[in-house]
Structures are given as C-alpha cells and as structure tokens.
Design a protein around this ligand. Structure first.
Ligand SMILES: Nc1ncnc2c1ncn2[C@@H]1O[C@H](COP(=O)(O)OP(=O)(O)OP(=O)(O)O)[C@@H](O)[C@H]1O
Ligand SMILES: [Mg+2]
Length: 292
C-alpha cells in the first residue's frame, strides 16, 4: 500500500464525518468553540407518530437557548432524546463536539448534560442538602471501602460534599433550608432545588423543562436573573422549555419553535416575535403581551 493510501486510510478511520445543519445561529462570542449541543436530523417515532422529526439545532457553548411550542409539540421528548431516556430513531446528537450515539443516560450526564423535569422529581423525604449531594456524587470520588471503614479520606470527601452543596445552594439563597425535608418546601423552592441538584453534576449543558411553571411573578423574575447568573458564573449553555413568553423573550438568545414535532422557526427573540408561522401556530395573542 502506498504512503498516500495509508494516510488516507488512517484519516478515514480517525475522522467521522457528520452532516451539519446549513442554517444555524449562535452567539458570536461562542464562535470557534465546540458548540454545547448540535442536533442533526434528530427524530423519534412512537408507533406511527413522529413525535420529533428532522430536529436540527446548534447551541453555542455559553448560549441561553429557548425551546418553545404548543402543548404536545415534542419539547420534552427532545430533552428525553438529549438525555438518552429515549434512543433516537434517526439522527445525531453531539455534546461539546462528541457524538453521544449509544451512550446511556448516566454516561451522557457524565459527559455534561443535566436536566430538570417538567414534573418535579426530588427525593422528597431527604433533606435539601442530601438532594444536592446526590448530584455531587459523580464529581467527588470516595470509594466504598473508605466509606465503610470511615477512613480519613471518607471524612474529607464528606466535608467537600457539604461545602460544595452549600456553595451551590447559595446561588438561590437556600443555605438556610439545607436541613429541611425537600418535600416540605414550597413549590417554587422545590423547582429551584431541582436546578441546584442538576448543577451539582457539573454540566456543560443544562436543560430546564418549564422552570417557571407554578411560580408567581416575583419568583419568575428572580428565576430569570438566576438563570443568567448561572450561565455567567459557570460558563455553560442552558436550553430551556418555557410557556412564559416574557421569560423566554427576555433571556433567551436563540429560540427554536416546535409544532407537531417539527421546527417551524429558529431565530433571535425579535425574529421569532415577528415570524408569521410562529404567530399563527403558537404565539397569537401572547405576541401582543410580549410587546406590551
Ligand atoms: N413514550 C411515549 N410514547 C408514545 N407517545 C409519546 C411518548 N412520549 C411522548 N409522546 C407523544 O409525543 C408528543 C409530544 O409530547 P411532549 O411531551 O414531548 O410534548 P411537549 O411539547 O413537552 O408538551 P407540553 O408543553 O404539554 O409539556 C405527544 O403527542 C405525546 O403524546
Ligand atoms: Mg413537556
């Protein structure tokens, strides 16, 4: 075999070529960095139903991206695909430039994808701090043997868990609630705790499924500030599903609109608000509220 053929063969083995969506936007500051997320022709079918079809999205390394659409549009299904709760029927998901094909939910979490759930899923009989520490467990190594024998290493790790949990709870001013049972917290505080627990797994991409659901207007305003603060402090990407258009239009940089499993529009908040297909399919009267 000639040198040139050897070289071509080696390159073929080491390079996986994937299709790249032709129309993508991302914040200029993230250009030149691997996107936090790239979905290419992503899709899943349940029986005959195409719940998500030809989903092409790129999220910059530090972008706050909105995923909106009417009830049943397929938004949560996208999150279930990104976190490998469902394996896609078609397409590619790249996280930080790495193909996630075949990975388990735990491996994708270790790769940097963390989420909150539309219906809160906390360990309600554990304390607030313990809930956060569960998220920390894949970050701070401490073997079972040192735990059983209560070796000094075990106590050191326990202290690190505690200190880190407190630092994270402080983002939402929740350190005073550390000893409280998670299930006893008011609804808004439980939603905030879910975000802290997801952050504890040290994500590069944080997926928030309706984080403002059930919050009152002042809690939502505070949440909005905290989402931006989290992005700025941790330099991560955040993708959020939300029906609160005020929140979406205020803090999202790129927005993707789904309807019946298909993307009907992608763009900046300004572009989305004047997109006829979006106005007709989804925003309707809310557009006026956002503009007011
Ligand atoms: N495991 C499943 N089996 C069958 N159909 C499913 C499954 N998961 C989701 N679907 C269907 O996929 C479609 C999209 O559902 P999904 O929950 O993703 O919508 P959504 O945009 O999150 O809606 P909402 O705003 O109400 O939360 C729905 O028709 C739903 O019934
Ligand atoms: Mg949903």
């Amino acid at each position: 075999m000639s040198k040139l053929t050897d070289f071509a063969e080696a390159r073929r083995k080491s390079t996986k070529m994937v299709p790249v969506p032709s129309v993508s936007i991302m914040p200029e500051r993230d250009l030149g960095e691997a996107p936090a997320l790239e979905c290419v022709h992503l899709g899943i079918e349940f029986g005959g139903l195409k719940a998500v079809d030809d989903f092409n999205v790129t999220v910059g390394k530090t972008e706050i991206c909105g995923l909106i659409g009417p009830n049943g549009a397929g938004k949560t299904t996208v999150f279930n695909l990104l976190t490998k709760v469902y394996q896609p029927t078609h397409g590619t998901i790249m996280v930080g430039g790495r193909d996630t094909a075949g990975l388990s939910p735990a491996k994708v979490n270790q790769l940097g994808v963390a989420r909150t759930f539309q219906n809160i899923r906390l360990f309600s009989s554990l304390t607030v701090e313990e809930n956060v520490e569960i998220g920390l467990h894949n970050q701070i190594p401490c073997g079972m043997v040192s735990g059983i024998l209560r070796l000094p290493r075990h106590w050191k790790a326990e202290r690190e868990f505690h200190d880190r949990a407190m630092e994270l709870l402080d983002i939402f001013g929740m350190t005073g609630l550390a000893d409280h049972e998670a299930g006893s917290l008011p609804y808004g505080a439980q939603r905030r705790l879910e975000i802290v627990r997801a952050l504890a797994t040290n994500p590069k991409l944080l997926l928030l499924d309706e984080p403002a659901a059930g919050m009152n207007p002042s809690e939502t305003a505070e949440l909005m500030e905290n989402i931006v603060k989290i992005r700025d402090q941790f330099h991560i990407a955040i993708m959020l599903i939300e029906h609160d258009m005020n929140l979406v239009m205020n803090i999202c940089e790129g927005i993707c609109v789904l309807n019946f499993g298909k993307i009907i529009a992608k763009g900046t908040p300004e572009e989305i608000q004047r997109n006829d297909a979006v106005i007709e399919a989804y925003l309707g009267k809310q557009k006026k509220e956002v503009e007011a």
